[in-house]
Design a binder for this molecule. Structure first.
Ligand code: CP
Ligand code: NVA
Length: 317
């Protein structure tokens, strides 16, 4: 394998939204991801972050994000610290600013998963080290970088692909809009009336799409979205923090389930994605998620590789 040169333009930057990066930079993350994935497949050392430490703040649950970041930093030669927000002084009133300034004296990077997107922006403002967004109520950029890398592996391109997202206009749908807009992939969000994605995100994504040629749509009919789609994507109907609405949403999202009948209306070689965790029998049936068109565990794996690339790009050197 040829040696890897990291684009110095990433060094020290935060990774909070795909919207903040150019199409070339998104492609650079994928180039580094491919290199790292192959290194890992060959079990060859690739300690680009030798001796560096990543703090991982969680105020919400996680399986994939926690494990993939912790294993990822380890494989890069660094060390990951799991920091439950319950145990930090943050919970007892220490400000985000003071937390950021303190952690910046110990660590080389911070990954945070939390509710309010503004908290991540504030953390990044006060920290002197890179901050990586591991999910907020608004965005889930690392997820969508892993998803787009998976689509690239499966389809050989991103530009011109059609992705149909069926479900809630949530954080994942927002990052899909930003991601599609950057790389020229059409994204149609199909959601029940009242559950549309944030209008400001749609507006910003449409501005990005002017450069890439992506067509971004929001509709209320799943069949309209799925027709001619290369990728079907779904996520839980009630995201973390919305547990109280679970029952109401179960009723209002009836008809927004990816089942075999809906899948049959997409292209015959369409792939099915889900960021996981899935509520089987709600937004997706067992038959589809376990079926031959599903790539959900490839997506989960690629979180590891793409996040290693992001960490290496922003934290190395
Ligand atoms: N997809 C995702 O972020 O999974 P976790 O909530 O398990 O981290
Ligand atoms: N939309 C989901 C994604 C989980 C990875 C949530 O925020 O709970």
């Amino acid at each position: 394998m040829s040696d890897l040169k990291l684009d110095p333009g990433f060094k020290g930057r935060d990774f909070i939204s795909i919207h903040d990066f150019t199409q070339e930079e998104v492609n650079e993350v994928f180039r580094v991801t491919s290199w790292l994935k192959e290194k890992q497949r060959r079990r060859e050392p690739h300690q680009l972050l030798l001796g560096k430490s990543l703090g991982m703040i969680f105020t919400k649950s996680s399986t994939r994000t926690r494990v993939s970041f912790e294993v990822g930093i380890y494989q890069l030669g660094g060390y990951g610290l799991f920091l439950s927000a319950n145990d930090l002084q943050l919970r007892r009133g220490e400000t985000i600013g003071d937390t950021a300034r303190t952690l910046s004296r110990y660590l080389d990077g911070i990954m945070i998963r939390t509710f309010d997107h503004q908290d991540v922006l504030d953390l990044a403002e006060y920290a002197s080290i890179p901050v990586i967004n591991g999910l907020t109520d608004l965005l889930h950029p690392c997820q969508v970088m892993g998803d787009m890398f998976t689509a690239l592996e499966k389809k050989g391109r991103l530009k011109g692909l059609k992705l149909a997202y069926i479900g809630d206009g949530n954080n994942v749908s927002h990052s899909l809009l930003f991601g599609g807009a950057k790389v020229g992939m059409d994204v149609t969000i199909a959601c029940p009336a009242g559950y549309e994605p944030n209008a400001r995100i749609v507006e910003l994504a449409r501005k990005d799409a002017e450069a890439s040629g992506a067509v971004l749509q929001v509709v209320n009919d799943p069949r309209q979205a799925v027709s001619g789609a290369d990728i079907l994507y779904t996520d839980v109907w009630a995201s973390m923090g919305m547990e109280a609405e679970q029952e109401k949403r179960r009723r209002e999202f009836a008809g927004f389930c990816i089942d075999s009948r809906l899948l049959a209306e997409a292209k015959p070689d369409a792939i099915v994605m889900h960021c996981l965790p899935a509520h089987r029998g709600e937004e997706i049936t067992d038959e589809v998620i376990d079926g031959p068109q599903s790539v959900v565990f490839d997506e989960a794996e690629n979180r590891l590789h793409v996040q290693k690339a992001i960490m290496a790009l922003v934290m190395a050197g």
